[in-house]
Design a protein around this ligand. Structure first.
Ligand code: PAF
Length: 303
């Protein structure tokens, strides 16, 4: 029996869901936190699902502690990953596994420059979970979590910690295409819903918004084809329509950020897409206008 342990950096909604799931399946889990004030060395996480509510109590380690970290799940905002990893870098080595489960793309470009000797795995999830209060979350929709590492077709041994949890987790041999597809869906839904201040469903119910979705998807399809993401190029209109239908009553994460006056992950969503489009000299005026609209809102935030 191998005794692995996991640390979780960024115990927001998604980080807490997986910290709790790993703990419940018998894996030792520690939450990482900034040593900001006198805080307790344990933290309760409560997750409500339908009529059930489950609570776990997890140990807390401060980022500036010294015990080495073998496996760490990072679930911060995309723009915080680089500095958060910097705070625990002294506890990592070339054998540590660092699993980055954040929105958008482009974080890896930053990390491989800053931390060339560290080993990264990437992931994306469709689990629907939101915060109700301090350490208290609602698991509103079950989804699938796809994890992968560039060039690794078969899962590494640590993946069994994930496949044994109550959550549905699969190993993805082509994680890059999977992340791109999620990015493409986010590019279509998130900025338009945030600028229009509407639930996802309105994006197809209102003719003017539906035609914008169509134009944005058209551009995404062209760029995806040029970049070799053929499945996304072929499927994006249908995929976006299906995600909009299945999340019709939800607010996108970008709309939630904008309404909370928080900086959005625009640079790692539309911003990354525009960089790739520019690499192939493909004009993407609709995506650019959405990016610029959200950038203006981001400039007014403090974070
Ligand atoms: O970012 C989000 O909110 C979600 O990824 C999605 C799929 C756009 C649904 O709202």
């Amino acid at each position: 029996m191998i005794h692995r342990s996991w640390h979780v950096l960024g115990a927001g909604a998604i980080g807490s869901l997986f910290a709790s799931a790993l703990h419940k399946s018998g894996v030792p889990v520690t939450l990482l936190r900034r040593p900001e004030s006198e805080q307790s060395r344990t933290q309760a996480i409560r997750i409500d699902e339908n009529t059930h509510s489950g609570e776990v109590h997890l140990p807390v380690s401060y980022n500036n502690d010294f015990e080495p970290i073998d496996h760490v799940l990072i679930c911060t905002k995309a723009y915080d990953v680089r500095s958060a990893l910097g705070e625990i870098a002294h506890r990592l080595n070339e054998n540590s596994c660092i699993l980055v489960l954040v929105n958008g793309m482009g974080v890896m470009d930053e990390l491989s420059t800053d931390f060339p000797n560290l080993l990264f795995a990437l992931g994306t999830t469709t689990e629907g979970v939101y915060r109700l209060g301090d350490g208290h979350f609602c698991h509103a929709g079950r989804g699938i979590t796809r994890l992968g590492m560039e060039g690794l077709v078969q899962p590494p041994p640590w993946f069994s910690d994930w496949s044994r949890t109550e959550r549905s987790c699969v190993w993805e041999p082509d994680i890059d295409e999977t992340l791109w597809q999620k990015l493409a869906i986010n590019c279509a839904i998130n900025p338009l819903s945030a600028l229009s201040r509407c639930n996802n469903g309105m994006l197809l119910e209102t003719a003017a918004l539906a035609s914008q979705i169509d134009a944005v998807c058209q551009e995404i399809s062209l760029v995806s084809r040029a970049a070799g993401y053929i499945q996304t190029a072929t499927d994006i209109h249908r995929k976006v329509a299906s995600v909009i239908a299945s999340t019709a009553n939800n607010r996108s994460s970008m709309l939630v950020d904008v309404l909370a006056g928080r900086r959005s992950e625009n640079e790692y969503i539309s911003g990354y897409f525009l960089k790739i489009a520019a690499n192939y000299n493909i004009p993407t005026p609709h995506n650019k206008a959405l990016f610029e609209g959200i950038s203006l809102l981001d400039k007014q935030t403090k974070t």
